[in-house]
Design a protein around this ligand. Structure first.
Ligand code: HSE
Length: 307
């Protein structure tokens, strides 16, 4: 195989309580990438369609992630990468992660799968480092593994794939303001109290248990963030109203998607997810900022090949 087209899913990182450790992949939103083997060595200038992003490989997340893979490979040739960018950068649904994960997944397929999914996560994290100054894995892990993932440890990297209850749907509203992950990380406090730690790890445990047991009420009770959301939500106009109205419309719970500005809610069943979308639409139309809304099943496959 010389050339491959792939779908690279958008992702919701943090999932409220799990800052930098929890994430989930979406089905209905993602980038499309074409990756082709070339005789000429290295990653060649990247073609980006749909958004203005750097083409120089060392300045493009897909180029940096791809180069990390090449540095660990004995492959003598190179790759051409084209990204059909469908996820807006700075939207909070893992735009940089999709391109990073898609590039390394596609390259690995073209090389005959020499690397494990965990190794691909490590390469893709280099793209995240370029985008946000921190090599976090909570977007690239679900993009590559699919479903929900938990980064149990960064050193050594230990990622747990968590089962997805079949009726779980996400509704995501993307207010069209750009929030750079690097900026929204700088405003966070680096120390927390023991009291907040206790609340937070109780919720992380509860969410993971709820996902394993398909206990939707427990999932809902656990979607609480006492550490990051109170600080970051100030950057997102209408956050409190969106979240409380989504819960009134039947959502299990919700929060900031990644570093924002997108806001997500999880629901049991597509009907409820649609009602939540209507409530988000109604709430946001008076705020005066353009927005998109996505309703999506959780994507349990991760990056996948397209015909
Ligand atoms: N965990 C990262 C953050 C995700 O919240 O900064 C960024 O998408």
């Amino acid at each position: 195989m010389e050339k491959i087209n792939v779908f690279c899913p958008a992702t919701i990182a943090n999932v409220s309580c799990g800052f930098d450790v929890l994430g989930l992949a979406l089905d209905s939103v993602g980038d499309i990438m074409t990756v082709e083997k070339t005789k000429r060595k290295g990653i060649h200038p990247i073609t980006v369609l749909g958004q203005v992003l750097p083409s120089i490989p060392s300045k493009n997340v897909a180029g940096v992630a791809g180069q990390a893979l090449l540095d660990s490979s004995d492959y003598e040739g190179g790759f051409d990468i084209t990204i059909h960018k469908k996820i807006k950068p700075g939207s909070g649904i893992g735009s940089s992660a999709a391109s990073s994960a898609g590039a390394v997944w596609a390259m690995n397929e073209l090389l005959g799968r020499p690397f494990s999914t965990l190794e691909l996560v490590q390469f893709a994290m280099q793209g995240e480092k370029l985008a946000s100054e921190v090599a976090h894995a909570d977007n690239v892990a679900p993009a590559l593994f699919g479903g929900f993932t938990l980064v149990r440890s960064y050193e050594p990297l230990d990622i747990i794939a968590i089962p997805t209850p079949t009726e779980l749907f996400a509704t995501v509203i993307h207010p069209q303001i750009e929030v750079k992950t690097s900026d929204s990380r700088k405003i966070l406090k680096t120390k927390i109290t023991l009291e907040k730690g206790i609340q937070q790890w109780g919720n992380v445990g509860g969410l993971v248990a709820g996902l394993f047991q398909s206990d939707y009420d427990l999932i809902g009770r656990s979607l609480q963030d006492h550490i990051v959301e109170p600080i970051r939500s100030i950057l997102i106009p209408g956050f409190d109203a969106i979240k409380s109205n989504a819960i009134k419309a039947g959502a299990l719970g919700g929060g900031i998607s990644g570093s924002g500005p997108s806001i997500f809610a999880l629901s049991k069943g597509e009907e409820t997810a649609k009602k939540v979308a209507e409530s988000m639409h109604e709430t946001y139309q008076n705020i005066g900022i353009p927005f998109d809304i996505h309703i999506s099943k959780v994507n349990t496959q991760g990056v996948k090949r397209l015909n």
